[in-house]
Design a protein around this ligand. Structure first.
Ligand SMILES: [Zn+2]
Length: 205
């Protein structure tokens, strides 16, 4: 894709968001976003005392990898994944992982952990020289795969969510999982268009 194509695609999405009339997600004191579906996960604990949330981490996930629309990601994040349902699941069913949010292909936002708490999404990681990104970040999973374009509805929901989170927390950066765990993680992958997200976040509210 050429740079010119990138710019026109970003402009289109930004226009779509502005015309959607959809508000940012309001985030309450516990870090629960209104207008989302809450599916409680046990895969969290408390952030270190006095730790501010300064980073949003964008992830991509699908289970089985490359298959969209099922409930396996929800099952993984709530420790209900059937290890026998797919060969890949046997390797991951025992993991204790969850992001704070999952944005599905149609833009639906599901929350698993209140943002005041530390969800286990980043693993071994560092950002700006600071290790253990789970301590000071919010994890947002996009249902997807590294090499499959993410859906317009996902960019719009992500922007609405990021704006709401920035209104609640002193967020300095938005980074990909691959950026905080280079060499170990690749998501959200080359298919994630950071220019589109920047355009949506620059758009007047
Ligand atoms: Zn990830």
């Amino acid at each position: 894709m050429t740079g010119a194509d990138d710019r026109s695609a970003s402009a289109f999405v930004a226009t779509s968001a502005a015309r959607s009339g959809l508000p940012d997600f309001a985030v309450d004191e516990r870090g629960v976003a209104s207008g989302t579906r809450f599916v409680a996960s046990p895969n969290f604990d408390e952030r270190p005392a006095g730790t501010a949330v300064t980073l949003l981490v964008v992830h991509g996930i699908s289970l089985p990898p490359g298959a969209f629309g099922g409930d396996a990601v929800l099952a993984l994040f709530t420790k209900r994944l059937d290890s026998g349902a797919h060969p890949y699941y046997a390797r991951i069913a025992g993991l204790r992982v969850a992001a704070h949010f999952l944005i599905r292909r149609d833009g639906e936002v599901i929350q698993f952990v209140a943002c005041a708490r530390r969800a286990w999404h980043a693993g071994s990681s560092a950002w700006r020289g600071r290790a253990r990104c789970n301590d000071f970040s919010i994890g947002i999973e996009l249902e997807g795969a590294d090499d499959v374009p993410y859906a317009d509805a996902q960019y719009i929901s992500l922007a609405r969510l990021a704006r709401g989170l920035r209104a609640r927390y002193p967020v300095r950066d938005i980074a990909g999982h691959a950026d905080i765990a280079p060499g170990r993680k690749t998501d959200p992958g080359a298919a994630f268009d950071w220019t589109r997200l920047d355009a949506l976040l620059a758009d007047a509210p």
